[in-house]
Design a protein around this ligand. Structure first.
Ligand SMILES: Nc1ncnc2c1ncn2[C@@H]1O[C@H](COP(=O)(O)OP(=O)(O)OP(=O)(O)O)[C@@H](O)[C@H]1O
Length: 294
């Protein structure tokens, strides 16, 4: 498990990270979200060791992460850092060799990743002749080239078309061993919602929520979407144990303050025909606005 504890980072008088602690568990995909300037990149750079924290530490299975270990992390920086005038395969083999691969093993690994990403046909091309999306695929291949023990990806999906996103997601699912903690930042909340198991929400340099996606979305009281056959659902406001959050004609979003769902449903059908009574899961975008605005 990869963890950060009480990370603080200051630039002069400005504190951009303030006492940040969280865990990135192995075998789970952890999404890292927060508004522009919240401190995601700063945190990730500290985790891989390219930036020093003002205070706090990065732990691996509870012990301080060494430089040696962090060399085995895979990192996709926000500012993509490849050689534009070098051929795609040559640079992947170059990075593989920096990690101790032989030229043949490096080439094999590189071609394996490129073919997974659907760009093996471009292996002999100069990087800057590829589209931005394809350059990004090469960047992810670079992060994976040495079979990393942990993966930290800063906005890996930004600017990609849906097919490229799918091939990258598929590659991560297949290539990343279940023992590898994977943290990725993104502003695409629907994508984060679909992909991640765990979530960390950062706001103004502080963690405002963290945990499994399901835990974070389950509110104290249960929410249900109710659709009546006709009329106006506003009368639900008078039903005991029900708090109405939203009404739109015959449909309403309600919260049950500890009351038994079956009892509430019974009270509703006694009065009117109910077409739908279904548990409603809070979308991530709503959770995000709630915790960031709090
Ligand atoms: N070298 C620096 N000197 C001063 N301030 C900095 C420096 N680097 C980053 N910051 C500030 O730290 C804050 C956090 O920046 P960071 O890039 O970590 O945010 P982020 O969450 O990754 O944002 P984004 O989603 O826009 O990429 C910002 O206010 C930024 O201006």
């Amino acid at each position: 498990m990869l963890s950060v504890r009480q990370l603080t980072r200051r630039y002069g008088d400005i504190t951009v990270l303030d006492d940040v602690s969280f865990d990135v568990r192995a075998g789970r995909i952890t999404g890292f979200v927060g508004a522009n300037g919240a401190g995601k990149t700063t945190t990730m750079r500290i985790m891989v060791g390219v930036l020093a924290p003002t205070a706090g530490e990065v732990l691996w299975d509870g012990e301080q992460a060494t430089t040696e270990l962090r060399r085995r992390f895979g990192y996709m920086p926000e500012e993509r850092g490849l050689y534009p005038r070098m051929k795609v395969l040559d640079q992947l083999v170059y990075f593989a060799r920096l990690h101790g691969y032989s030229p043949a093993a490096g080439e094999e690994r590189a071609m394996h990743l490129l073919s997974h990403l659907g760009i093996d046909g471009r292996s002999g091309d100069l990087l800057d002749t590829l589209s931005l999306g394809n350059q990004q695929r090469v960047q992810i291949a670079t992060a994976l080239i040495h079979e990393p023990v942990a993966l930290i990806l800063d906005e890996p999906f930004s600017g990609l078309d849906p097919i490229a996103v799918e091939s990258m997601v598929e590659l991560l699912r297949v290539e990343v061993a279940p023992t590898v903690p994977l943290l990725f930042s993104s502003h695409q909340l629907e994508l984060v919602e679909r992909l991640c198991d765990d979530l960390i929400i950062l706001s103004d340099g502080a963690v405002v929520a963290s945990g499994s996606k399901d835990e974070l979305r389950s509110t104290e009281s249960e929410r249900y979407r109710v659709v009546l056959e006709s009329g106006d659902a506003a009368w639900l406001r008078d039903v005991a144990g029900v708090r109405v959050l939203d009404v739109d004609g015959p449909s309403a979003l309600i919260e049950l303050d500890g009351s038994v769902p079956a009892d509430v449903l019974q009270a509703l059908v006694a009065r009117e025909k109910v077409i739908e009574f279904a548990r409603s899961v809070q979308p991530l975008s709503e959770l995000f606005s709630e915790v960031v605005a709090a």
